[in-house]
Write a protein that binds this ligand. Structure first.
Ligand SMILES: Nc1nc2c(ncn2[C@@H]2O[C@H](COP(=O)(O)OP(=O)(O)OP(=O)(O)O)[C@@H](O)[C@H]2O)c(=O)[nH]1
Ligand SMILES: [Mg+2]
Length: 328
C-alpha cells in the first residue's frame, strides 16, 4: 500500500546538509568539465563570484526539490479509503498534517526564490566568502523555521506505515469494553496474535488476523476497548476502534463480560452495545465471554480460555455472510 512507501522525512539539519553536499558536488562536476575544456574566458575573480552565485542557487534549487518530493510522498487524504482516512485522523489529525505540508510548500517556494535572489546579490558583490556564508545562513534559518513540521511529518510517516493492511475479505470486527477478552478470542480463532493482559487498554491499535473457512478466508479485526461515553470525549485509541466499526466491518461481534472481572459494570457495557447497534449499519452479534466464570441466559455464552461455545459464536457470525452488503 502507498502508505508504507512514504520515505523518512529528514530534519531541517539533514535536509540542509544533503542540499549543501549536492550543490557542492554539482560545482565540482562543473569545475571538472570546464577545466577539461580549458578555454573558459574571464578573470578568476569573475569566475569565482559566478561560482558563489551558482552554489547558492543550487542549494536553493536542491532544497526546493527535496521539499517538493517530501510533500508529494504523502497521500491525498481525501482519496484514501474512509477506514484509513479515519485512522489517520484519529492518530495524527489530518488538518495538522495539511498545515505542516503547507508549511513545507511555503519553504519550498521560498528556498528557490531566496536562492536566486541571494545568488544575484552574491554576483553583484563580487568574490566574497562572507557573502556566501551569509546567504547560506539565510537559507538555513528559513529551513529551520519548518523543522517542527518536518519532525511532526516524520512521526506521521511512521504511524501511517504501521497501519494494518485491510483486505477485501469478509470482515468481522470484534468490539466491546476494555478487558472483556476481545484479543483472547481473536487469538483463539485467527492468525492474529495481539497481546492479552489482565488490565484495560492492552490493545492500543488495530490488529488483523485471518481464518480459513472452507475455501474462503475471513478477516478478523481486533480493536481497542471502548468506554460508554460521548464521541467527543473519546481518545485517539478509542477512535481507531470506531474507524474499524464504521468503515471496515461486514459484521460486528460485540463481547460482553457479565463476570465484570474486566472491571466495568455490565450495565455500562450494555449501554455501549446499544450505542454501537445504533451506529453501525451492519449486523451486530452479541456474545458473552468468560462463561467459565459466569453465564448469562438468553445469550451466546463462550469462554476464550476453555474454548467452550466459541464454535457456536463463529457460526452465528459467519451466517451473516449470506446477507453481506457489497459496499462498506
Ligand atoms: N476466566 C476467563 N478469563 C478470560 C477469558 N477471556 C479472556 N480472559 C482474561 O481477561 C483478560 C483480558 O483479556 P484480553 O483478551 O486482553 O481482553 P481485551 O478485551 O482484548 O482487552 P483490551 O485490549 O484491554 O481492550 C485477560 O487476563 C484474559 O486472560 C475467559 O473466557 N475466561
Ligand atoms: Mg485487547
Amino acid at each position: 500500500m502507498e502508505l508504507e512507501k512514504i520515505p523518512t522525512v529528514p530534519t531541517a539539519e539533514e535536509l540542509l546538509d544533503r542540499s549543501f553536499r549536492r550543490a557542492a558536488a554539482r560545482m565540482r562536476e562543473k569545475r571538472g568539465s570546464t577545466q577539461r575544456g580549458g578555454s573558459r574566458k574571464g578573470s578568476s575573480r569573475k569566475g569565482s563570484s559566478h561560482a558563489n552565485e551558482e552554489f547558492i542557487r543550487a542549494v536553493g534549487a536542491s532544497l526546493h526539490d527535496r521539499l517538493v518530493r517530501i510533500i508529494s510522498s504523502f497521500p491525498e487524504f481525501d482519496a484514501l479509503p474512509p477506514f484509513y482516512r479515519n485512522l489517520a485522523e484519529a492518530l495524527c489529525g489530518i488538518e495538522k498534517i495539511r498545515m505542516s505540508l503547507g508549511a513545507l510548500g511555503w519553504a519550498a517556494k521560498h528556498s528557490r526564490r531566496l536562492g536566486s535572489q541571494l545568488g544575484r546579490e552574491a554576483r553583484k558583490a563580487g568574490d566574497s566568502p562572507a557573502i556566501r556564508k551569509r546567504a547560506v545562513a539565510r537559507l538555513a534559518s528559513m529551513i529551520h523555521q519548518v523543522d517542527g513540521d518536518l519532525r511532526f511529518l516524520n512521526v506521521v510517516r511512521n504511524q501511517l506505515r504501521e497501519l494494518p493492511e485491510l483486505s477485501d475479505e469478509f470482515t468481522v470486527v470484534v468490539a466491546g469494553y476494555p478487558n472483556v477478552g476481545k484479543s483472547s478470542f481473536i487469538r483463539l480463532v485467527s492468525t492474529a496474535e495481539p497481546e492479552v493482559a489482565s488490565y484495560p487498554f492492552t490493545t492500543r491499535g488495530i490488529f488483523i488476523g485471518h481464518r480459513a473457512i472452507g475455501r474462503d478466508r475471513v478477516q478478523f479485526v481486533d480493536t481497542p476497548g471502548l468506554l460508554d461515553r460521548d464521541p467527543e470525549e473519546r481518545n485517539p485509541i478509542e477512535r481507531q476502534a470506531l474507524s474499524a466499526l464504521m468503515h471496515a466491518a461486514h459484521v460486528v461481534l460485540f463481547i460482553l463480560d457479565p463476570s465484570e472481572e474486566c472491571g466495568y459494570p455490565l450495565e455500562s457495557q450494555r449501554r455501549l452495545l446499544a450505542a454501537v447497534q445504533g451506529m453501525v449499519g451492519v449486523p451486530v452479534i452479541v456474545a458473552v465471554n468468560k462463561a467459565d466464570r459466569r453465564r448469562e441466559e438468553g445469550f451466546l455464552n463462550m469462554s476464550s480460555t476453555t474454548g467452550e461455545g466459541v464454535d457456536a459464536v463463529l457460526e452465528a457470525v459467519l451466517r451473516t455472510r449470506a446477507a453481506r452488503p457489497t459496499a462498506r
